[in-house]
Design a protein around this ligand. Structure first.
Ligand SMILES: Cc1cc2nc3c(=O)[nH]c(=O)nc-3n(C[C@H](O)[C@H](O)[C@H](O)COP(=O)(O)OP(=O)(O)OC[C@H]3O[C@@H](n4cnc5c(N)ncnc54)[C@H](O)[C@@H]3O)c2cc1C
Length: 383
């Protein structure tokens, strides 16, 4: 099997995105991270740069690029400003999902997402279920040329600002998980009430609970067939997990760089703290952990580019990388001393943001279930 390595094209692309991100996203990032919504101008500038359409159809405004390139863009954006780095995920998700619907529906929703003119969201989690994704209670009942959807979703990232959400609802509760269907739901429909759910970090992304009371959704907004759409889309989700990991890698990488500089300047006991092995070995260990984390992510995206199965590798990354990045940022915070544990520096902010990546899209326990299933076989699942 050929080995993974960045090509010259990837390296050039990284330099381009780094220039853009450091010029356009880094200034004001600390202040924006305290806001409870995304800056529309910033979203638009990311769209104008083409970063919301990497690998998406050119007819919708996308540009060529492989999955590794998408990862490079996300890591570089997260180095400059954490939350905006999530944005490239949603045009992909909508393109994959709406690819199962009518062409007109794709044309209506995907190009504005790629241009950064609109925001989309995804909602499966409910107050009563998260890890057990198929145990949702939201129902969709066919009524003529539409479906009536009722239920409650929660923890839906970006949903306070989104125009539409991709949402799960059960169309046939009698058959349980096999009845879970997937819908496009414009968020201005009558019967929808949104309220903000305040998470510890990722403030500008925001999180919403959505109450749906007999929301009438056109039948053509069903994605794929009844009971099948969600599974078809979820089968593509492995890249989602790696994207969250690369956001964590970006945040940890920039924190480590700042820590290296700080340790050369800060003097204690008559010399820069970088000369004390207690500090330099911490930096050496963090750099090693970060390299391993980064490689787990890019290897998985590269496997996806090669068309190789990568569910196990995506879950290995999703279990280990956010946890490792939390540890790196926390160790850097200690090297900064009390100023690291303050709002003067962005370290506490990044710690809160990256902690969320351990839970979003499946906790470490759920990832280990996937890894074990891939290694041992489905017959050794505990359920
Ligand atoms: C920052 C952030 C963003 C998010 N964005 C979205 C979004 O956009 N859309 C969306 O739908 N959801 C979103 N979520 C929700 C997220 O997907 C869920 O929180 C997650 O899947 C866990 O579900 P839960 O919180 O209900 O925990 P539960 O499922 O109640 O789990 C509680 C604990 O039990 C453990 N556990 C559960 N089952 C098992 C098992 N079989 N074996 C071992 N341990 C188990 C879990 O690991 C966890 O530690 C987001 C969450 C966060 C933090």
């Amino acid at each position: 099997m050929p080995a993974f390595g960045f090509t010259e094209v990837h390296e050039m692309f990284r330099r381009e995105v780094r220039n853009f991100a450091q010029k356009e996203l880094a200034p004001g990032a600390k202040e924006r991270a305290k806001q409870e919504s995304m800056s529309i101008e910033i979203v638009k500038s990311i769209g104008d740069m083409g970063l919301l359409g990497i690998g998406l159809p050119e007819e919708y405004g996308g540009q060529p690029g492989d999955w590794v390139s998408l990862g490079v863009a996300v890591e570089e954006m997260a180095r400059a400003s954490f939350c905006e780095a999530l944005l490239p995920l949603f045009p992909h998700l909508f393109q994959i999902a709406l690819g199962l619907t009518l062409k007109e529906i794709q044309q209506e929703w995907v190009p504005p997402l790629i241009r950064g003119e609109t925001i989309g969201a995804f909602a499966n989690t409910e107050p009563e279920c998260g890890s057990e994704a198929a145990a949702i209670r939201t129902r969709a009942v066919k009524d003529g040329n539409s479906y009536l959807i009722s239920g409650e979703k929660t923890a839906a990232t970006l949903c306070m600002q989104a125009k539409a959400v991709l949402l799960t609802a059960n169309t046939n509760p009698a058959i349980g998980a096999k009845g879970v269907s997937f819908f496009l739901v414009p968020l201005n429909l009558p019967g929808i009430e949104k309220s903000a759910y305040i998470h510890t970090g990722c403030k500008p992304l925001g999180s919403a609970s959505i109450a749906l009371d007999n929301v009438r959704v056109p039948a053509e907004y069903l994605i794929g067939e009844e009971g099948k759409g969600f599974r078809l889309v979820v089968a593509q989700f492995d890249f989602w997990r790696v994207i969250l990991c690369l956001m964590a890698v970006g945040a940890a990488g920039t924190t480590l760089d700042e820590t290296i500089e700080y340790s050369k300047q800060r003097v204690a006991f008559g010399q820069p703290i970088a000369k004390w092995e207690g500090v330099s070995f911490e930096i050496a260990e963090c750099a090693t952990l970060l390299d391993a984390a980064r490689m787990l992510c890019y290897r998985t995206l590269w496997m996806r580019d090669q068309g190789l199965p990568h569910a196990k590798e995506a879950s290995m990354a999703k279990w280990w990388v956010p946890e490792t990045c939390v540890r790196i940022i926390q160790r850097c915070m200690i090297i900064f001393g009390h100023v690291g544990y303050s709002e003067e520096y962005p370290i506490e902010q990044r710690l809160r943001d990256v902690l969320g990546m351990q839970i979003a899209d499946g906790t470490p326990q759920i990832q280990k279930i996937v890894i074990a299933r891939e290694i041992l076989g489905r017959e050794f699942l505990p359920y």
